[in-house]
Design a protein around this ligand. Sequence first.
Ligand code: NAD
Ligand code: TYD
Length: 351
Amino acid sequence: MADKKNILITGGAGFIGSHVIRLFVNSYPDYQIYNLDSLTYAGNLENLKDLEGKQNYTFIKADITDQDLMHRVFNENGITDVIHLAAESHVDRSIADPTAFIYTNVIGTVNLLNAARKQWEGKLDQHLFYHVSTDEVYGSLDNGGYFLETTPYDPQSPYSASKASSDHFVRAFANTYKLRTVISNCSNNYGPNQFPEKLIPLCIHNIKHNKPLPVYGKGENVRDWLFVIDHARAIDVVFHKGKDNETYNIGGFNEWKNIDIVRTLCKVMDKKMGRPEGESEKLITFVKDRAGHDLRYAIDANKIMKELGWEPSLQFEEGLEKTVDWYLANEEWLQRVTSGAYQDYYDKQYS
Ligand code: NAD
Ligand code: TYD
């Protein structure tokens, strides 16, 4: 039986966080799971409707940039462990407005580290601060090689610079104050509940509504894609079995050029929507490249696979089909998140 723990999971109303919350609430009835989220444009409690009323689940609406509030949350709920996902997460938004990324990703992370250190004083060895990060901190690869846990940091966008900074603070707290920490750096996720500003859900949404599919540059940039539930499973494994103060890279050994993903999505959507083959591809539109666009990300996930026994459960084609099915079955969800604030942002980005 698992020990009793009061785990604070931040960013649980977002894409990856909601899958992590669901996995922990359902798998560990002896854990109390506190989902702390400020509900930005990317946070949506509808993602967790199925957990409402569960005894071991509590939602706390709070902003991690508020230091005093973080101290209170730790103290009032007797927080024993943290899995920190809350972040500003979209590269294009970070190019438009880097400052928000510094507040949430850097200052917010330091606020949580401070609150944990204070709450766990005198018994630091009994508690864990797990920081969820990204492969983008390693920079951009040419056509060869992989990111290893030992690859030097070389962030290239305001988003990845803010995540790299937060990773450094986590390691600095481990070294300086002896906080027990662990960090994982994952590749691009896809799956249900992803906000439709990211490539895959944006294309699904646009294909459905016969809108142009904006491919940056020539579509030659490469990303390594992992199904979100496989990332949540990896987080579970790292939380329970990861070694103190280690880093684990998480990825699917699944590299795709953007243009190939978009073409594959078009084929899947043509079939699902009963359109003639080739119809949706006509929507592909090459647009101005992203500023400073990283060419290629590729994770070497051998460490987590060999040391902790994790491996991806889904092939990409299967995951992509599940994802398309989810978006087609959840039109209302899409409609609600694509109205209002998201629409304003969308107009600015693609006008
Ligand atoms: P997301 O944008 O979907 O969700 C982020 C969540 O954080 C939202 O619910 C939002 O409301 C919340 N949040 C933002 N600012 C906050 C604040 N100041 N206080 C409290 N809550 C706040 O992001 P995601 O894609 O689910 O990513 C989650 C984490 O995983 C991030 O740390 C991200 O860097 C990391 N990551 C993401 C990917 C990916 O492909 N999406 C890959 C690797 C790592
Ligand atoms: P994205 O989903 O924003 O993730 P990240 O930038 O964190 O990798 O983008 C994935 C890739 O798709 C990236 O190379 C940028 C590209 N892209 C487009 O070509 N068009 C788009 O409209 C978006 C949002 C992304």
